[in-house]
Design a protein around this ligand. Structure first.
Ligand code: ATP
Ligand code: MG
Length: 289
């Protein structure tokens, strides 16, 4: 029927820490969304996708109920909400950890320190399970935001909150005492996707895979004396053999390859010591293998 083409409904955070990176990753997948900050939903212009802008905390429930087919949320929220929701793909941004933190003068000697303490958190279910698994008896005070001020106003002895750089803890005179879980943004799906929705999801994850791989990788070029090509190629931590092209200058070649950004720094000195010169590392936009 005309006008009833299936669209995959994706929920993303309306505003907050996940919003910008979620919009960006869709954009990097070539999906153009007409932006409307105060809109509840928007349609992609060139991909069968409908974007629902929702409160982060509500997203797991909406996924389970089928209001949205898929969503971008933090793993930490899925652990907390325990809904019937499946992780499809890790997205590599919004990396953080859920940690116990205490005033910096507290003498914490192991988890037993938390026995009998009052702990403020927005993640009561995750904390409750963690305490039970470790045989710790503590009072959980659930608060919905600004958890880090609780010790300073005498509401709690410790907190359980999300940490990335630790600067919020530092500003409030707190320090991380124990990591409960690690989290990053994920693409998650509800339990009842239609066949058509699943097909669109497959197209989306194909694009996401290419985008995420490209984000982790760099294109590397360098000039190498011809008699050093073998040794330099062996130093490079790459899957395939590099591309080698002769330079105008006799006896030299240009060597091209793709490298994991993290690994580049481990081999740079060795590359130079073995005669590589003019090393360039450039970003890759998409990578389909
Ligand atoms: P909402 O008001 O939409 O319910 P919220 O208060 O639950 O939002 P935010 O503080 O915007 O949420 O955080 C959303 C998600 O971003 C978290 O669930 C977590 O996955 C991630 N996140 C939170 N804090 C950090 C941090 N310090 N560093 C990195 N990622 C974080
Ligand atoms: Mg919230």
């Amino acid at each position: 029927m005309a006008g009833t083409e299936t669209r995959l409904r994706i929920a993303i955070q309306k505003s907050g820490r996940l919003n910008e990176d979620s919009v960006q990753v869709l954009k990097d997948c070539g999906i153009v969304i007409d932006n409307g900050k105060d809109q509840l939903k928007a349609s992609a212009r060139n991909f069968p996708l409908e974007v629902l802008y929702l409160r982060n905390d509500d997203i797991p429930q909406y996924l389970e109920d089928g209001v949205a087919d898929i969503a971008i949320v933090g793993e930490n929220l899925l652990v907390e909400k325990q809904r019937n929701v499946q992780v499809i793909q890790r997205l590599g941004f919004s990396k953080c950890r859920l940690s116990l933190a205490v005033p910096k003068d507290a003498a914490v000697n192991g988890l037993n320190y938390f026995n009998g303490k009052r702990i403020a958190t927005s993640y009561p279910a995750t904390l409750r399970k963690f305490l039970a698994d470790n045989g710790i008896g503590a009072d959980i005070h659930e608060i919905s935001g600004s958890v880090e001020i609780a010790p300073n106003i005498g509401l709690a002895d410790a907190i359980c909150d999300l940490v990335s750089s630790g600067s919020t803890l530092f500003k409030n005179g707190l320090e991380e005492a124990h990591v409960i879980l690690k989290s990053e943004a994920v693409l998650a799906a509800g339990p009842n996707l239609s066949v058509e929705a699943k097909e669109i999801l497959q197209k989306l994850t194909f694009r996401l895979t290419a985008v995420l791989r490209a984000r982790r990788s760099k294109y590397i070029l360098m000039n190498v004396p011809n008699d050093r090509i073998d040794i330099v190629s062996r130093i490079l931590p790459v899957l395939k053999s590099p591309t080698v092209m002769p330079l105008a200058e006799e006896g030299w070649s240009s060597l091209h390859s793709v490298i994991d950004e993290d690994k580049f720094w481990d081999v740079i000195d060795e590359l130079k010591a073995n005669g590589a010169e003019g090393i360039l590392v450039v970003p890759i936009e998409k990578m389909v293998v």
